[in-house]
Design a binder for this molecule. Structure first.
Ligand code: ARG
Ligand code: MN
Ligand code: MN
Ligand code: MN
Length: 300
């Protein structure tokens, strides 16, 4: 396997500044070595150029109705990430995007689903299905799945719609903070969704296997989106929107090992690592370890 790392140092989509330092922290946390120890050939494409949020006006040129801060800037980064993702796949490598906040998933998904039908597994405390009219925060990191699927005001947002992605092939795992409008969408659209209660009852192994089966059915490959707030804040303190009651260290590794076993991984991203909130870079290091498990690292 060949992996191409693409840094997307954004914080436009999150209200906690500092998540733009995620790509540096994850690299410093040993990503290349971890992936090499998984037997992967690693190429690092460096970071996309991202203008500082301080130089921008958060609201004025949002192209969609309602409140979506920095949507114009998110669009600019995601267009370029989509192109990089598409090129990486065309070269026969697996794109691994480093956030940055979760809004970058729009770019990953658009690029992955341009010339292929894809599924997605969303490992996250949140559903990220808000739209500019339902968002409680205005933060686009709460909207990337809705954007990629063309839901609500995103129906005609060309740059955001992932052509080859349908809700039937989207599985969310680890939900524990879902807004009312998102609950409606989860019921309406035929998503596969597993809460923390499902994991408590059925175990991480079963749930992750079923999530991957749903995501991969009838498509060319699966995008794995790993928001570090999926884990319990005790394991991953360096995130902007922590929610108690997340998966443990062992559950997270187990799930990533199952991703590797399923043999359908097409692209991946690691998002929401915020070094300013972290302790000794442990959340970034955890992200590198989990990526290695997803790419096949085993003890023996
Ligand atoms: N649902 C909340 C919102 O829309 C929180 C979203 C958090 N998303 C994330 N990628 N951390 O603002
Ligand atoms: Mn602007
Ligand atoms: Mn989240
Ligand atoms: Mn998220």
């Amino acid at each position: 396997t060949r992996v191409r790392i693409i840094g997307a140092p954004t914080d436009y989509g999150a209200n906690r500044r500092g998540v733009d330092m995620g790509p540096s922290a994850i690299r410093y946390g040993g990503l290349a070595d971890e992936l090499a120890s998984a037997g992967v050939d690693v190429v690092d494409a460096g970071d996309l150029t991202v203008p500082r949020a301080e130089e921008r006006d958060p609201d004025t040129d949002a192209p969609a109705e309602g409140d979506a801060k920095f949507l114009h800037e998110v669009a600019d980064v995601c267009r370029r990430l989509a192109d990089e993702t598409e090129e990486t796949l065309a070269e026969g490598a697996v794109p691994l995007a480093l956030g940055g906040d979760h809004s970058i998933a729009i770019g990953s998904l658009v690029g992955a689903a341009r010339d292929a039908d894809v599924g997605a597994v969303w490992f996250d405390a949140h559903a990220d299905l808000n739209t500019p009219s339902t968002t409680p925060s205005g933060n686009v990191h709460g909207m990337p799945l809705a954007a990629a699927l063309g839901i609500g005001e995103f129906a005609d947002t060309e740059w955001a719609n992932a052509r080859g992605l349908d809700p039937e092939n989207v599985a969310l795992v680890g939900l524990r903070s879902v807004d009312d409008a998102e609950v409606e969408l989860l019921r309406e659209h035929g998503f596969t969704a597993y809460t923390m209660s499902d994991i408590d009852e059925r175990g991480i192994t079963d749930v992750t296997e079923d999530a991957l089966a749903a995501a991969s059915a009838g498509v060319d490959g699966v995008h794995v989106s790993l928001d570090l707030d999926w884990l319990d804040p005790k394991e991953a303190p360096g995130v902007g929107t922590p929610v108690r009651g997340g998966v443990t260290y062992r559950e997270a590794h187990s799930a990533m090992e199952i991703v590797d076993d399923a043999d359908c991984l097409r692209s991946m991203e690691l998002v929401e690592v915020n070094p300013t909130l972290d302790q000794h870079n442990e959340t970034a290091e955890l992200a590198t370890e989990l990526a290695a498990s997803a790419f096949g690292k085993r003890v023996i």
